[in-house]
Design a protein around this ligand. Sequence first.
Ligand code: AHR
Length: 614
Amino acid sequence: YTITVDPHAEGAAIGDTMYGVFFEDINRAADGGLYAELVQNRSFEYSTADNGSYTPLTSWTAGGTAEVRNDSGRLNERNRAYLSLAAGSSVTNAGYNTGIRVEQGKRYDFSVWARAESGSTLTVTLKDAAGSLANVRRAAVRGDWARYEATFTAARTSNRGRLSVASSGAAALDMVSLFPRDTYKGQPNGLRKDLAEKIAALKPGFVRFPGGCLVNTGSMEGYSEDSGWQRKRAYQWKDTVGPVEERATNANFWGYNQSYGLGYYEYFRFAEDVGAMPLPVVPALVTGCGQNRATDDEELLERHIQDTLDLIEFANGPANSTWGKVRAEMGHRKPFGLTHLGVGNEENLPREFFARFERFRAAIEAEYPDITVVSNSGPDDTGTTFDTLWQLNRDGDVDMVDEHYYNNPQWFLQNNDRYDSYDRGGPKVFLGEYASQGNAWKNGLAEAAFMTGLERNADIVELASYAPLLANEDYVQWSPDMIWFNNHASWGSANYEVQKLFMTNTGDRVVPSEASGTPDASGPISGAVGLSTWATSAAYDDVRVTAADGAPLLGDDFSGDASQWTHSGGGSWSVQDGQYVQTDEAAENTLVTAGDPAWQDYDLQVRATKKSGK
Ligand code: AHR
């Protein structure tokens, strides 16, 4: 092939914000992840409503009599559960993953809210199985709820630390916290340094937050006594600002408890700290992600529209405005400079969504005409919902549309030209979520190839972010992910390296080029696929699935059991010599799946012979 480049021709300008990151609290990306808090379930709000395996004492071990209560003795109306410790009793927290991680010589700030009408001495210890990790700290507690603090300096490094609080007298405890002093940019209530630094190293142009499905699922209502003290509601930004002890926890859509310690203020501050444009997404009152319903409650809709206007004031308003004051009191007098805001996520009910989107947009434009209000195009790259939403967005003169897709690597190779034919007169594209369903090298390569197509079309594709961003390896709901971590280490995937390559080397302008031909992107069916699913077709003979290095699918990691595999669309398959083999070569369009989800972590390959003439 010949590629012809005219260095003098002027192509589209590529904006500084072209590549960004999408943060969602999935895979424990916030608590036990980016949010640096080391104590799990610090305010005793975990419940079986969040996750069937939870109790209010999850991650805690009690010595003596320790009972979680939810009564009028609580710390405040939003932080409803608290721990009641009998005299001479204690509780010990196990943190996340293998435990609490401390590093030799580093400082850790302990704090607790405590109440002890008759007085008590709290003894706080940090240790692991090998013994003490820091000097013991004591605090004399007397009277009503008050906050007590102490600082530890770690004598040793450990990934298995345990934090214990023992009380000499009867006492109530809440918000038991241990925070590394060394957070990203030294911010209070801050972020875990290694993770934040890995994200910062991408030099993101924007940070989209807080989700995803997290945004537009669950109840759109606010706090309600009627629905019990553990409520599952959509992500509502006002729940997440102000003093941390007054932020209620919530049942996270992805199946666990979220503390909101990492809330809207911290998201804005993080975006600023990494030099990125903040891009929050609010619910459009049409729930998605499998919960398809649109609210007809006019009052509720109005309240959410007002909340969105208040959010803009929180971000951009002067320090003497109602919500600008809340921001200033949290420590940031200067506005955050919000310019873009998403309404809705992966909406499945196009007309219902668009009607409500227009209400949000009209209200925002009336007060803040400079804000770009981002719409969306449903959960897929194609289909009726996608087409209908795009048409509505075009007809409605929407500025920017959020697209999402998760496809196999081959799709990314085959769709490099996706945006070449997009209507230049229509809305701009925000590719808010995409990934090629794997963390193997070839996934990164397919994404890199695809990103050249994004960049070539930078006049229409203005923003793009890989998804999801983070995953704690012991709490995974969604894979692949860009950055992986546990309680003491973090590592970027091959996909991360690709993102970093593009994000830290973004050009100013496209240099138009032409190729004399295009490689055949219909293959390869051969080669490592690193996925649990493959499509085959009658164009191939002798289709076999093995480990990436050709090793048999046997032994500790792989089973020779054919029941571990499924196929659809016809064809016969069997396990032979540790390979999953298609025995009916006439079969057309067979979908093959490795049944055990754990196999998604392995690099597998499909080898086949292409029939001549096809
Ligand atoms: O990125 C994970 C999920 O994928 C997001 O929450 C949702 O928007 C999409 O379906």
